[in-house]
Design a protein around this ligand. Structure first.
Ligand code: GDP
Length: 308
């Protein structure tokens, strides 16, 4: 399948590009999708599917610090991308996130796709969450009125090579890998962890998510979003232990309770994906971390480049 990939340099987009045979990668350098998505129309002569990975994203702190920008930028980008896909009658796969689901007590766990609009999102990321929810609404509306073949996939916490290793704006896995690595090379015996360590997250290796998204592009044509994440929950404390072990860190970890915990949990069900016929297996968290850590160490310090 010939795909056009937005956000092609990012954590997810780069994996989609790697797994595709003849992709057209679009990066923020090629085109500022917040202003216009004309480039998608220009390159779509032989490429009829768009995998839309571009987004203004960040970890728990960035989501609050840049709440308005995360709302604005994602709304504008998505309006432009959907318009371009409609004009050229392209198939579109949009990428949502489990962090846009309502928070407790409005939902039951594991999160199923029908609960997406059943209550407000967690307060720490409402700008991002509502913009992404509108992406799902707009896709559904375009499908209904204009017959667009637009679908949406819902990953959970992604990690892998090509992540954002900026400590203020990135997510927990890249932040921990960088902190442990720098503590070791600086001879420090202490690493600071945000929050209480109690929140639970389910992590999916970005390459697995990319493979499922490409599978959905070929095998699914429906309005309902599809959860695509690995459904195994792990506490942040356990994640810290695992990364510390893999990186052979012998010092102490210090939980900073003044830093945000974010949502307590957001486990998702992938039974709809299975019922559509997806039969793959997820890379285990330990194996995915091992590969990510080894590439990070090999590319350090070049791997450290913030993207927000
Ligand atoms: P979230 O899933 O949207 O909340 O995104 P994050 O990956 O940013 O955070 C996940 C959890 O990891 C939260 O409970 C954070 O408090 C916790 N955490 C612990 N240390 C860090 C850190 O150094 N950076 C980030 N981003 N999160 C951390």
């Amino acid at each position: 399948m010939n795909v056009i990939v937005t956000g092609a340099r990012g954590l997810l987009g780069s994996e989609v590009v790697n797994l595709s045979s003849n992709p057209i990668p679009i990066t923020s350098k090629d085109c500022d999708l917040i202003k216009s998505a004309n480039l998608i129309e220009e390159v779509s002569t032989n490429h009829k599917t768009v995998i839309h990975c571009a987004a203004r994203v960040g970890g728990v702190k960035a989501n609050t610090d840049y709440v308005a920008e995360f709302f604005d930028d994602n709304m504008k980008m998505n309006m432009n991308v959907l318009e371009a896909c409609k004009n050229r009658k392209l198939k579109l796969v949009s990428v949502l996130s489990t962090c846009i689901y309502p928070d407790a007590p409005y939902v039951s766990y594991p999160l199923t796709e029908d609960q997406l609009h059943m209550g407000p999102p967690h307060i720490s990321n409402f700008g991002y969450a509502y913009a992404k929810r509108m992406l799902e609404v707009q896709s559904r509306a375009y499908r209904q009125q204009f017959g667009c073949n637009f679908i949406s996939a819902v990953p959970n916490n992604l990690y892998g090579p090509n992540d954002n290793y900026d400590l203020n704006t990135g997510h927990v896995v890249p932040a921990l890998i960088r902190k442990f690595h720098e503590a070791k090379i600086n001879g420090s015996d202490k690493v600071e962890i945000w929050g209480t360590g109690k929140p639970l997250r389910d992590f999916t290796f970005a390459r697995d998510a990319a493979a499922i998204i490409l599978w959905l592009a070929e095998n699914y044509d429906g309005a309902e979003p599809i959860n695509i994440g690995n459904s195994e929950e792990v506490s942040i404390r356990k994640l810290v232990e695992m990364i510390g072990e893999e990186m052979n860190f012998k010092g102490i970890v210090d939980f900073d309770f003044t830093k945000p915990d974010g949502q307590y949990r957001k486990p998702c069900s992938n039974s709809k994906l299975r019922s559509l016929g997806w039969k793959g297996e997820y890379v285990s968290l330990r194996d995915g971390l091992r590969e990510t850590i080894s590439l990070f160490a090999k590319n350090y310090p070049n791997a450290v480049r913030g993207v927000v």
